[in-house]
Design a protein around this ligand. Structure first.
Ligand code: PRP
Length: 216
């Protein structure tokens, strides 16, 4: 699979561990939710490298002044969780990005056609073009939902090069579609699985992330 966009699968023991917990069919809903929160946290930690804007300054220590770096709070940072399942990744992401604005986007796939339907859109009319945007959604399967989310964002002024996607399981159809449309995009995922079955489920995947998160 040749891709123009960059996909990172951080080789981190905590990410591997919580992915295993999430994949296990025997994991109960309450633990599945914890696993997803942790994955949201650690994948966001990785995604924040070279993405969160910083500013150089100096700091006075008790002994001397020292060169220092702080987060540049003048640059807007936004998180866009794709409902429902992206909400649980947001929980982990928010612990690291407490000042980020949260813009909810509700998308659900039609079970027959697998086409995404938008039922909630809390995006602003226009984003500042410098806005750093982090999209959370655990599954990139056919890619229809993320393509719809990216279309909504870019038509409101979001720069794909300043956008990061945090997901848990990514599959080739989604990666290929996103790469063709947004070659500057960067994705952080716990794993890349090879297949999407006829029902639109990633195999081996982790099942229906929304249903397992909310016990439905
Ligand atoms: C799942 C998942 C993604 C989408 C991925 O959501 O959370 O949003 O499907 O599939 P795609 O890449 O083929 O579009 P779902 O529609 O099941 O809604 P939910 O999060 O409310 O369960």
């Amino acid at each position: 699979m040749t891709l123009q966009l960059r996909v990172y699968v951080p080789p981190h023991p905590l990410i591997k561990h919580w992915l295993t917990v999430a994949r296990d069919a025997a994991t109960p809903s309450v633990l599945f939710r914890s696993a997803m929160v942790e994955l949201g946290r650690w994948l966001t930690y990785e995604a924040a490298r070279e993405w969160l804007p910083t500013q150089e300054t100096t700091v006075e220590t008790p002994l001397d002044s020292a060169p220092a770096t702080v987060i540049d709070t003048q640059v807007p940072v936004a998180v866009v969780p794709i409902l429902r399942a992206g909400l649980v990744l947001l929980e982990g992401a928010q612990t690291l990005l407490p000042l980020a604005s949260i813009y909810h986007l509700g998308l659900v796939r039609d079970e027959e056609t697998l086409q995404p339907l938008c039922y909630l859109n809390k995006l602003p009319e226009k984003f500042d073009p410098q806005t750093r945007v982090l999209i959370t959604d655990p599954m990139l399967a056919t890619g229809g939902s993320m393509m719809a989310a990216m279309a909504e964002l870019t038509q409101r002024g979001v720069d794909p090069a300043l956008t990061r996607i945090v997901c848990v399981v990514a599959a080739p159809p989604a990666l290929q579609k996103l790469s063709a449309a947004y070659p500057g995009l960067i994705i952080y995922t716990a794993t890349i699985d090879e297949q999407v079955n006829d029902d639109g489920f990633i195999v081996p995947g982790l099942g229906d992330a929304g249903d397992r998160t909310y016990g439905t």
